[in-house]
Design a protein around this ligand. Sequence first.
Ligand SMILES: Cc1ncc(COP(=O)(O)O)c(C=O)c1O
Length: 392
Amino acid sequence: MNLPPPASKPLIYLDHGATTPLDPQAAEAMLPYLRGGCGNPSSLHRPGREARLALENARSCLAGLLNARESEIYFVSGGTEADNLAIQGAAFKNRHKGQHIITTAVEHPAVLNTCKYLEKQGFEVAYLAVDEYGQVNPETVRSAIRRDTILLSVMHGNNEVGTLNPLAEIGKIAREAGVYFHSDAVQSFGKIPLDVQALPVDLLSISGHKIYGPGGIGALYIRRGVALEKLLHGGRQEGDKRAGTENLPGVIGLAKAAELICRSREEQSRRVGELRDYFQEQLLRQFPGIRVNGHPQERLYNNLNVSFPGCDSETLLLSLDMQGIAASSGSACSAGSIEPSRVLKAMGLPAAISRSAIRFTLGKDNTREEIDYVLESLREIVPRLQNIIQKV
Ligand SMILES: Cc1ncc(COP(=O)(O)O)c(C=O)c1O
């Protein structure tokens, strides 16, 4: 097979919201399982039993980090499958109780498009509005709940602007109403402490490649007693909730990466948060008229979404790319789209402002020198692009 070499690593990577580099320690932990020599966790022989032990150790590790029971952690192929299993699973299983689902206008496509699919299957979905920061008001949730509401899905940290939702308050409302509560924590897990004993959440999605783990692996927390319809039919793996031989190297890498990021959470949040704040301060000082999108405080510590009025975000991104700087406009999944960001639109931003938005998502290895280089590059690029637009 003739594969093209992977694209050369950008000089400065500020797109950790899209994906993160695999942590060398997670890679190291995966190696023995990638090299083979281990069995299928469902086999009875010794290699099979060893594989089972490794799988269950990884489950126990993840359960410990979320303060969940081991039996409440289910391995899936990533955040997208976790969201699908949670939402479709809860919807189809509880259809006899009602057909009304509530979500928000700013969810990731993994949630939004699953809800759109369910609408085609006869469910009714309410897409809640958010405030100017992209945050959901718990009272909006309360007033949207009906007698036939069966499921509420509200993300924790927004992938575009980083805004955090008040999960505890929202979950309390759902619980009082007897409605299942799912939260997509793909962007927040490892950055914000999550304790499922303290949080009234029934279903929680996480993904490996956002936390310096491998791609193609994720997990869904399913609170004990919550019944879901299966998405995949086949063997009886994962407590008969998710058929298919487990991705053992992926599971091991996910658990190791999760352990590492949770263990260094406070240190990373302080260090990366300070760097993000420095970047933001310098941008605001050096580029009058720019706008920082997202909640000023209740925001993922590594997110900086900025609109540069008078610039077109795609052109700005390409100019940054030519300087060896990787950032994104909106979410990675909408890259290439010329539509203004759905999230920024829901926050009430005029199209011209959202069309000039760039998302920088910092990571644990970024440095002050890198940020200074990005600032220097922007000082050259931004006025040039603004001039072009003015002339057109
Ligand atoms: C908030 C959110 N949910 C879900 C996903 C999908 O996760 P995965 O890429 O693991 O399928 C992403 C990825 O961008 C995300 O940011």
